[in-house]
Ligand binder design. Sequence first.
Ligand SMILES: *Cc1c(COP(=O)(O)O)cnc(C)c1O
Length: 449
Amino acid sequence: MTTKFLLPESQLPTHWYNVVPDLPAPPPPPMGPDGKPVGLDALAAIFPQALIEQEVSGERWIPIPETVREIYRLWRPTPLHRAHRLEAALKTPTKLYYKNESVSPAGSHKPNTSIAQAYYNRQAGIKRLVTETGAGQWGCSLALAGQLFGLEVRVYMVKVSYGQKPYRRSMMQAWGAEVFASPTDMTNAGRQILAKDPQSPGSLGIAISEAVEEAAGRKDSNYALGSVLNHVMHHQTVIGEEAKKQMALAGDYPDVVFGCCGGGSNFAGIAFPFYADKAAGKQVRLVAVEPSSCPTLTKGVYAYDFGDATGLTPLLKMHTLGHDFMPPGIHAGGLRYHGAAPLVSQLVEAGLVEAQAIPQLETFEAGALFARSEGIVPAPESTHAIAAAIREARACATSGEKKTILFNLSGHGHFDMGSYDRYFAGELKDFDYPTEAIRESLAHLPKIA
Ligand SMILES: *Cc1c(COP(=O)(O)O)cnc(C)c1O
Protein backbone atom coordinates (compact mmCIF):
# COMPACT_ATOMS: atom_id res chain seq x y z
CA MET A 1 0.00 0.00 0.00
CA THR A 2 2.00 2.99 -1.23
CA THR A 3 1.57 6.24 0.70
CA LYS A 4 3.95 8.63 -1.07
CA PHE A 5 4.51 8.80 -4.81
CA LEU A 6 7.94 10.33 -5.33
CA LEU A 7 9.61 11.52 -8.51
CA PRO A 8 13.40 11.54 -8.87
CA GLU A 9 15.05 14.93 -9.45
CA SER A 10 15.60 13.91 -13.07
CA GLN A 11 11.78 14.13 -13.51
CA LEU A 12 11.63 17.79 -12.45
CA PRO A 13 9.66 19.64 -15.16
CA THR A 14 11.74 21.36 -17.85
CA HIS A 15 8.98 23.79 -18.96
CA TRP A 16 6.18 25.79 -17.41
CA TYR A 17 2.75 25.28 -19.00
CA ASN A 18 0.97 28.36 -20.36
CA VAL A 19 -2.80 27.78 -20.50
CA VAL A 20 -3.45 30.66 -22.94
CA PRO A 21 -3.30 28.70 -26.25
CA ASP A 22 -5.79 26.17 -24.78
CA LEU A 23 -8.34 28.80 -23.68
CA PRO A 24 -11.67 28.93 -25.56
CA ALA A 25 -10.98 32.59 -26.49
CA PRO A 26 -8.00 34.99 -26.29
CA PRO A 27 -7.69 36.55 -22.81
CA PRO A 28 -9.06 40.13 -22.51
CA PRO A 29 -6.02 42.47 -22.23
CA PRO A 30 -5.25 44.70 -19.19
CA MET A 31 -6.70 48.17 -19.81
CA GLY A 32 -6.10 51.73 -18.74
CA PRO A 33 -8.98 53.75 -17.25
CA ASP A 34 -9.32 55.30 -20.75
CA GLY A 35 -10.55 51.94 -22.06
CA LYS A 36 -7.41 51.33 -24.16
CA PRO A 37 -5.17 48.27 -23.65
CA VAL A 38 -2.11 49.28 -21.62
CA GLY A 39 1.20 49.44 -23.47
CA LEU A 40 3.90 47.04 -22.36
CA ASP A 41 6.23 50.01 -21.71
CA ALA A 42 3.93 50.98 -18.83
CA LEU A 43 4.95 47.73 -17.13
CA ALA A 44 8.68 48.09 -17.89
CA ALA A 45 9.14 50.56 -15.01
CA ILE A 46 8.49 47.81 -12.48
CA PHE A 47 8.95 44.39 -14.21
CA PRO A 48 11.86 42.92 -16.23
CA GLN A 49 11.32 42.34 -19.97
CA ALA A 50 11.41 38.54 -19.67
CA LEU A 51 8.47 38.53 -17.25
CA ILE A 52 6.52 41.02 -19.38
CA GLU A 53 7.01 38.67 -22.34
CA GLN A 54 5.71 35.74 -20.29
CA GLU A 55 2.76 37.87 -19.18
CA VAL A 56 1.57 38.27 -22.78
CA SER A 57 2.97 35.02 -24.19
CA GLY A 58 0.88 32.74 -26.42
CA GLU A 59 3.45 29.90 -26.32
CA ARG A 60 2.15 26.71 -24.70
CA TRP A 61 5.53 25.78 -23.15
CA ILE A 62 7.99 28.19 -21.51
CA PRO A 63 11.46 26.73 -20.80
CA ILE A 64 12.50 26.82 -17.12
CA PRO A 65 16.05 28.22 -16.87
CA GLU A 66 18.56 25.64 -15.59
CA THR A 67 19.53 27.91 -12.66
CA VAL A 68 15.89 28.01 -11.54
CA ARG A 69 15.63 24.21 -11.82
CA GLU A 70 18.78 23.89 -9.68
CA ILE A 71 17.11 25.87 -6.90
CA TYR A 72 13.78 24.03 -7.35
CA ARG A 73 15.76 20.85 -6.60
CA LEU A 74 16.24 22.04 -3.00
CA TRP A 75 12.66 20.78 -2.38
CA ARG A 76 11.16 19.65 -5.72
CA PRO A 77 9.73 17.39 -6.97
CA THR A 78 7.35 17.57 -4.01
CA PRO A 79 5.61 14.39 -2.79
CA LEU A 80 2.15 13.25 -3.85
CA HIS A 81 0.47 11.48 -0.92
CA ARG A 82 -2.36 8.98 -0.89
CA ALA A 83 -4.41 10.01 2.17
CA HIS A 84 -5.12 6.44 3.36
CA ARG A 85 -5.73 7.51 6.96
CA LEU A 86 -8.06 10.37 6.03
CA GLU A 87 -10.00 7.99 3.74
CA ALA A 88 -10.38 5.58 6.66
CA ALA A 89 -11.51 8.38 9.00
CA LEU A 90 -14.17 9.36 6.44
CA LYS A 91 -15.20 5.73 5.77
CA THR A 92 -15.31 6.63 2.09
CA PRO A 93 -14.86 4.32 -0.90
CA THR A 94 -13.23 7.27 -2.65
CA LYS A 95 -9.48 7.62 -3.15
CA LEU A 96 -7.95 10.86 -1.86
CA TYR A 97 -4.59 12.15 -3.06
CA TYR A 98 -2.83 15.39 -2.16
CA LYS A 99 0.17 17.23 -3.57
CA ASN A 100 2.34 18.48 -0.72
CA GLU A 101 3.64 21.98 -1.42
CA SER A 102 4.28 22.56 2.30
CA VAL A 103 7.79 21.07 1.96
CA SER A 104 9.35 24.21 0.44
CA PRO A 105 11.71 26.24 2.67
CA ALA A 106 9.04 28.93 3.08
CA GLY A 107 6.33 26.32 3.78
CA SER A 108 4.11 27.00 0.76
CA HIS A 109 3.90 26.92 -3.03
CA LYS A 110 4.94 30.60 -3.35
CA PRO A 111 8.70 30.02 -3.91
CA ASN A 112 7.81 28.33 -7.25
CA THR A 113 7.31 31.85 -8.59
CA SER A 114 9.51 33.95 -6.27
CA ILE A 115 12.61 31.99 -7.39
CA ALA A 116 11.72 32.50 -11.05
CA GLN A 117 10.98 36.21 -10.57
CA ALA A 118 14.24 36.83 -8.69
CA TYR A 119 16.16 35.01 -11.45
CA TYR A 120 14.77 37.16 -14.30
CA ASN A 121 15.28 40.39 -12.33
CA ARG A 122 18.87 39.43 -11.59
CA GLN A 123 19.41 38.65 -15.30
CA ALA A 124 18.07 42.13 -16.14
CA GLY A 125 20.67 43.77 -13.87
CA ILE A 126 18.20 44.69 -11.12
CA LYS A 127 19.75 45.00 -7.63
CA ARG A 128 16.67 45.29 -5.38
CA LEU A 129 13.15 43.89 -5.26
CA VAL A 130 10.35 45.66 -3.44
CA THR A 131 7.09 44.03 -2.47
CA GLU A 132 4.20 44.01 0.00
CA THR A 133 3.02 41.23 2.23
CA GLY A 134 -0.06 40.69 4.37
CA ALA A 135 0.33 37.68 6.64
CA GLY A 136 3.93 37.27 5.46
CA GLN A 137 3.93 34.18 3.22
CA TRP A 138 4.81 36.09 0.06
CA GLY A 139 7.33 38.31 1.87
CA CYS A 140 9.10 35.19 3.16
CA SER A 141 9.15 33.54 -0.27
CA LEU A 142 10.61 36.63 -1.95
CA ALA A 143 13.14 37.14 0.88
CA LEU A 144 14.33 33.55 0.32
CA ALA A 145 14.58 34.07 -3.45
CA GLY A 146 16.40 37.40 -3.09
CA GLN A 147 18.91 35.79 -0.73
CA LEU A 148 19.62 32.94 -3.18
CA PHE A 149 20.21 35.35 -6.09
CA GLY A 150 22.09 38.10 -4.19
CA LEU A 151 19.28 40.68 -4.51
CA GLU A 152 18.28 43.08 -1.74
CA VAL A 153 14.63 42.67 -0.77
CA ARG A 154 12.46 45.28 0.91
CA VAL A 155 9.04 44.25 2.20
CA TYR A 156 6.20 46.58 3.17
CA MET A 157 4.26 44.49 5.67
CA VAL A 158 0.72 45.50 6.62
CA LYS A 159 1.08 47.08 10.10
CA VAL A 160 -1.47 44.90 11.92
CA SER A 161 0.18 41.73 10.60
CA TYR A 162 3.64 43.10 11.49
CA GLY A 163 2.42 43.12 15.10
CA GLN A 164 0.46 39.85 14.94
CA LYS A 165 2.93 37.66 13.00
CA PRO A 166 6.33 38.45 14.53
CA TYR A 167 7.87 35.14 13.44
CA ARG A 168 7.02 35.68 9.78
CA ARG A 169 8.91 38.96 10.14
CA SER A 170 11.89 37.17 11.78
CA MET A 171 11.90 34.64 8.95
CA MET A 172 12.11 37.39 6.31
CA GLN A 173 14.96 38.95 8.29
CA ALA A 174 16.70 35.57 8.62
CA TRP A 175 16.78 35.50 4.82
CA GLY A 176 18.23 39.01 4.78
CA ALA A 177 15.20 41.13 3.85
CA GLU A 178 14.33 44.54 5.29
CA VAL A 179 10.80 44.66 6.66
CA PHE A 180 8.81 47.81 7.43
CA ALA A 181 5.37 48.20 8.99
CA SER A 182 3.18 49.87 6.35
CA PRO A 183 2.08 52.68 6.21
CA THR A 184 5.61 54.15 6.57
CA ASP A 185 6.83 57.73 6.30
CA MET A 186 9.22 56.62 3.53
CA THR A 187 6.83 57.02 0.56
CA ASN A 188 4.32 59.65 -0.56
CA ALA A 189 1.55 57.07 -0.39
CA GLY A 190 2.45 56.17 3.18
CA ARG A 191 2.86 59.81 4.30
CA GLN A 192 -0.55 60.72 2.84
CA ILE A 193 -2.25 57.95 4.80
CA LEU A 194 -0.39 58.83 8.02
CA ALA A 195 -1.30 62.52 7.65
CA LYS A 196 -4.98 61.54 7.67
CA ASP A 197 -4.68 58.75 10.25
CA PRO A 198 -1.43 58.45 12.24
CA GLN A 199 -2.78 55.22 13.83
CA SER A 200 -3.65 53.56 10.48
CA PRO A 201 -3.42 49.73 10.81
CA GLY A 202 -2.50 49.57 7.11
CA SER A 203 -3.97 47.37 4.38
CA LEU A 204 -2.69 45.29 1.50
CA GLY A 205 -3.81 48.08 -0.86
CA ILE A 206 -1.72 50.69 0.96
CA ALA A 207 1.31 48.39 1.13
CA ILE A 208 1.06 47.71 -2.63
CA SER A 209 0.95 51.47 -3.26
CA GLU A 210 4.12 51.98 -1.21
CA ALA A 211 6.00 49.12 -2.91
CA VAL A 212 4.97 50.13 -6.45
CA GLU A 213 5.82 53.79 -5.80
CA GLU A 214 9.31 52.88 -4.60
CA ALA A 215 9.98 50.38 -7.41
CA ALA A 216 8.76 52.81 -10.11
CA GLY A 217 10.93 55.60 -8.71
CA ARG A 218 14.25 53.71 -8.60
CA LYS A 219 16.15 52.38 -11.61
CA ASP A 220 17.91 49.67 -9.57
CA SER A 221 14.63 48.32 -8.16
CA ASN A 222 11.67 46.34 -9.45
CA TYR A 223 8.37 45.19 -7.99
CA ALA A 224 7.31 41.55 -7.54
CA LEU A 225 3.76 40.18 -7.19
CA GLY A 226 3.00 36.78 -5.64
CA SER A 227 -0.25 35.88 -7.43
CA VAL A 228 -2.95 37.06 -9.91
CA LEU A 229 -0.73 37.86 -12.95
CA ASN A 230 -0.35 35.42 -15.85
CA HIS A 231 3.39 34.84 -15.37
CA VAL A 232 2.75 33.77 -11.76
CA MET A 233 0.14 31.21 -12.94
CA HIS A 234 2.65 29.78 -15.46
CA HIS A 235 5.39 29.38 -12.82
CA GLN A 236 3.07 27.45 -10.51
CA THR A 237 2.23 24.79 -13.12
CA VAL A 238 5.22 22.69 -12.00
CA ILE A 239 2.78 21.52 -9.27
CA GLY A 240 0.25 20.00 -11.67
CA GLU A 241 2.87 18.73 -14.12
CA GLU A 242 4.51 16.71 -11.36
CA ALA A 243 1.12 15.62 -9.99
CA LYS A 244 0.14 14.19 -13.39
CA LYS A 245 3.28 12.03 -13.50
CA GLN A 246 2.73 10.95 -9.89
CA MET A 247 -0.94 10.05 -10.46
CA ALA A 248 0.28 7.92 -13.38
CA LEU A 249 2.77 6.21 -11.02
CA ALA A 250 -0.20 5.46 -8.76
CA GLY A 251 -2.07 4.07 -11.77
CA ASP A 252 -4.83 6.65 -11.29
CA TYR A 253 -6.28 9.79 -12.81
CA PRO A 254 -8.42 12.29 -10.84
CA ASP A 255 -12.16 12.72 -11.41
CA VAL A 256 -11.95 15.99 -9.47
CA VAL A 257 -9.10 18.39 -8.64
CA PHE A 258 -9.49 20.93 -5.79
CA GLY A 259 -7.32 23.93 -4.94
CA CYS A 260 -8.00 26.87 -2.62
CA CYS A 261 -8.27 30.22 -4.34
CA GLY A 262 -7.04 33.60 -3.07
CA GLY A 263 -5.38 35.25 -6.06
CA GLY A 264 -5.60 31.91 -7.88
CA SER A 265 -1.97 30.82 -8.23
CA ASN A 266 -1.85 27.51 -6.35
CA PHE A 267 -5.19 26.50 -7.89
CA ALA A 268 -3.88 27.32 -11.38
CA GLY A 269 -0.66 25.50 -10.50
CA ILE A 270 -2.34 22.20 -9.77
CA ALA A 271 -5.34 22.53 -12.13
CA PHE A 272 -4.05 24.03 -15.41
CA PRO A 273 -1.97 21.00 -16.47
CA PHE A 274 -5.13 18.89 -16.01
CA TYR A 275 -7.11 21.55 -17.90
CA ALA A 276 -4.81 20.85 -20.87
CA ASP A 277 -6.19 17.28 -20.86
CA LYS A 278 -9.75 18.59 -20.47
CA ALA A 279 -9.26 20.93 -23.45
CA ALA A 280 -8.15 17.83 -25.40
CA GLY A 281 -11.39 16.03 -24.53
CA LYS A 282 -10.67 14.25 -21.23
CA GLN A 283 -13.29 14.26 -18.43
CA VAL A 284 -11.98 15.99 -15.31
CA ARG A 285 -13.63 18.48 -12.95
CA LEU A 286 -11.51 21.39 -11.71
CA VAL A 287 -12.80 23.21 -8.62
CA ALA A 288 -11.48 26.45 -7.07
CA VAL A 289 -12.45 26.79 -3.41
CA GLU A 290 -12.84 30.14 -1.66
CA PRO A 291 -14.10 31.44 1.72
CA SER A 292 -17.85 32.22 1.90
CA SER A 293 -16.98 35.59 3.44
CA CYS A 294 -14.80 36.62 0.45
CA PRO A 295 -16.73 34.87 -2.35
CA THR A 296 -15.00 36.38 -5.37
CA LEU A 297 -15.67 33.61 -7.92
CA THR A 298 -19.09 32.50 -6.65
CA LYS A 299 -20.67 35.92 -5.94
CA GLY A 300 -18.46 38.51 -7.65
CA VAL A 301 -19.02 39.98 -11.10
CA TYR A 302 -16.77 39.32 -14.12
CA ALA A 303 -15.66 42.85 -14.99
CA TYR A 304 -12.68 45.16 -15.41
CA ASP A 305 -11.40 46.31 -12.00
CA PHE A 306 -8.22 47.56 -10.34
CA GLY A 307 -5.79 45.00 -8.95
CA ASP A 308 -5.10 47.06 -5.83
CA ALA A 309 -7.33 48.85 -3.35
CA THR A 310 -6.32 52.39 -4.28
CA GLY A 311 -6.55 52.27 -8.09
CA LEU A 312 -2.87 52.48 -9.10
CA THR A 313 -2.72 49.34 -11.27
CA PRO A 314 -4.07 48.71 -14.78
CA LEU A 315 -7.61 47.30 -14.97
CA LEU A 316 -7.85 43.52 -15.17
CA LYS A 317 -10.87 41.57 -16.45
CA MET A 318 -11.61 39.23 -13.56
CA HIS A 319 -14.16 38.14 -11.02
CA THR A 320 -14.21 40.89 -8.43
CA LEU A 321 -16.07 41.99 -5.33
CA GLY A 322 -14.95 45.59 -6.02
CA HIS A 323 -11.43 46.89 -5.34
CA ASP A 324 -12.46 48.65 -2.12
CA PHE A 325 -14.22 45.59 -0.68
CA MET A 326 -12.91 44.92 2.84
CA PRO A 327 -13.46 41.22 3.62
CA PRO A 328 -14.25 40.14 7.20
CA GLY A 329 -11.19 39.25 9.31
CA ILE A 330 -11.09 35.51 8.59
CA HIS A 331 -7.94 33.61 9.49
CA ALA A 332 -7.09 32.46 5.97
CA GLY A 333 -5.32 35.78 5.31
CA GLY A 334 -4.09 34.61 1.89
CA LEU A 335 -7.67 34.24 0.64
CA ARG A 336 -8.80 37.78 1.51
CA TYR A 337 -8.34 39.29 -1.96
CA HIS A 338 -11.12 41.19 -3.76
CA GLY A 339 -10.30 39.74 -7.19
CA ALA A 340 -8.99 36.54 -8.77
CA ALA A 341 -6.46 35.80 -11.49
CA PRO A 342 -7.81 36.80 -14.93
CA LEU A 343 -6.88 33.35 -16.35
CA VAL A 344 -8.80 31.53 -13.60
CA SER A 345 -11.73 33.96 -13.90
CA GLN A 346 -12.00 33.46 -17.65
CA LEU A 347 -12.23 29.68 -17.21
CA VAL A 348 -14.86 30.03 -14.47
CA GLU A 349 -16.86 32.39 -16.69
CA ALA A 350 -16.63 29.88 -19.56
CA GLY A 351 -17.94 27.11 -17.27
CA LEU A 352 -14.74 25.06 -17.64
CA VAL A 353 -13.67 25.54 -14.01
CA GLU A 354 -16.13 25.30 -11.08
CA ALA A 355 -16.06 27.40 -7.92
CA GLN A 356 -17.26 26.60 -4.39
CA ALA A 357 -17.40 28.74 -1.24
CA ILE A 358 -16.97 27.25 2.25
CA PRO A 359 -17.55 28.90 5.65
CA GLN A 360 -14.67 29.34 8.11
CA LEU A 361 -15.65 26.83 10.81
CA GLU A 362 -16.02 23.98 8.32
CA THR A 363 -12.51 24.72 6.99
CA PHE A 364 -10.92 24.57 10.46
CA GLU A 365 -12.85 21.38 11.23
CA ALA A 366 -11.40 19.90 8.03
CA GLY A 367 -7.92 21.18 8.94
CA ALA A 368 -8.07 19.53 12.38
CA LEU A 369 -9.32 16.22 10.92
CA PHE A 370 -6.52 16.32 8.33
CA ALA A 371 -3.86 17.05 11.00
CA ARG A 372 -5.18 14.23 13.19
CA SER A 373 -5.21 11.66 10.38
CA GLU A 374 -2.38 12.67 8.01
CA GLY A 375 -0.15 14.40 10.59
CA ILE A 376 0.51 17.67 8.74
CA VAL A 377 -1.06 20.82 10.23
CA PRO A 378 -2.37 22.62 7.12
CA ALA A 379 -2.36 26.38 6.47
CA PRO A 380 -5.83 27.92 7.03
CA GLU A 381 -5.86 28.71 3.29
CA SER A 382 -5.21 25.08 2.34
CA THR A 383 -8.00 23.85 4.64
CA HIS A 384 -10.48 25.21 2.07
CA ALA A 385 -9.31 22.66 -0.51
CA ILE A 386 -9.30 19.94 2.15
CA ALA A 387 -12.86 20.82 3.26
CA ALA A 388 -14.12 20.66 -0.34
CA ALA A 389 -12.42 17.29 -0.87
CA ILE A 390 -13.97 16.01 2.35
CA ARG A 391 -17.46 17.16 1.24
CA GLU A 392 -16.99 15.25 -2.02
CA ALA A 393 -15.64 12.14 -0.27
CA ARG A 394 -18.55 12.17 2.23
CA ALA A 395 -21.04 12.44 -0.62
CA CYS A 396 -19.38 9.33 -2.12
CA ALA A 397 -19.61 7.56 1.23
CA THR A 398 -23.38 8.17 1.14
CA SER A 399 -23.94 7.31 -2.53
CA GLY A 400 -21.45 4.44 -2.62
CA GLU A 401 -19.85 6.02 -5.69
CA LYS A 402 -16.09 5.48 -6.05
CA LYS A 403 -14.14 8.52 -7.20
CA THR A 404 -10.54 9.66 -7.33
CA ILE A 405 -9.97 13.06 -5.77
CA LEU A 406 -6.80 15.16 -5.90
CA PHE A 407 -6.24 18.34 -3.89
CA ASN A 408 -3.38 20.74 -3.37
CA LEU A 409 -1.95 21.17 0.11
CA SER A 410 -0.66 24.69 -0.63
CA GLY A 411 1.18 25.09 2.68
CA HIS A 412 1.58 24.15 6.33
CA GLY A 413 0.09 26.10 9.22
CA HIS A 414 3.07 26.30 11.60
CA PHE A 415 2.87 30.10 11.70
CA ASP A 416 -0.91 30.04 12.07
CA MET A 417 -1.19 28.26 15.40
CA GLY A 418 -2.75 31.39 16.93
CA SER A 419 -5.70 30.84 14.58
CA TYR A 420 -5.92 27.16 15.55
CA ASP A 421 -5.80 28.20 19.24
CA ARG A 422 -8.83 30.39 18.72
CA TYR A 423 -10.64 27.63 16.83
CA PHE A 424 -9.98 25.07 19.59
CA ALA A 425 -11.08 27.64 22.21
CA GLY A 426 -14.40 27.97 20.36
CA GLU A 427 -13.74 31.65 19.61
CA LEU A 428 -13.97 31.46 15.83
CA LYS A 429 -17.25 32.12 14.06
CA ASP A 430 -18.75 32.05 10.61
CA PHE A 431 -19.30 35.48 9.14
CA ASP A 432 -22.57 36.22 7.42
CA TYR A 433 -22.29 36.68 3.71
CA PRO A 434 -21.38 40.40 3.47
CA THR A 435 -24.23 41.32 1.10
CA GLU A 436 -24.32 45.03 1.87
CA ALA A 437 -20.52 45.57 1.75
CA ILE A 438 -20.31 43.78 -1.60
CA ARG A 439 -23.24 45.73 -3.07
CA GLU A 440 -21.56 48.96 -2.02
CA SER A 441 -18.07 48.12 -3.34
CA LEU A 442 -19.48 46.84 -6.64
CA ALA A 443 -21.09 50.27 -7.09
CA HIS A 444 -17.52 51.68 -7.22
CA LEU A 445 -16.27 49.55 -10.12
CA PRO A 446 -14.31 51.76 -12.51
CA LYS A 447 -16.37 53.16 -15.39
CA ILE A 448 -14.44 52.47 -18.55
CA ALA A 449 -14.47 55.35 -21.02
C1 LIG B 1 -0.76 32.86 -0.45
C2 LIG B 1 -1.33 31.53 -0.17
C3 LIG B 1 -2.54 31.09 -0.76
C4 LIG B 1 -3.39 31.96 -1.64
O1 LIG B 1 -2.81 32.43 -2.81
P1 LIG B 1 -3.12 31.83 -4.26
O2 LIG B 1 -2.47 32.77 -5.20
O3 LIG B 1 -4.62 31.78 -4.43
O4 LIG B 1 -2.53 30.48 -4.30
C5 LIG B 1 -2.98 29.81 -0.50
N1 LIG B 1 -2.31 28.99 0.33
C6 LIG B 1 -1.15 29.37 0.93
C7 LIG B 1 -0.45 28.41 1.85
C8 LIG B 1 -0.62 30.65 0.70
O5 LIG B 1 0.53 31.02 1.27
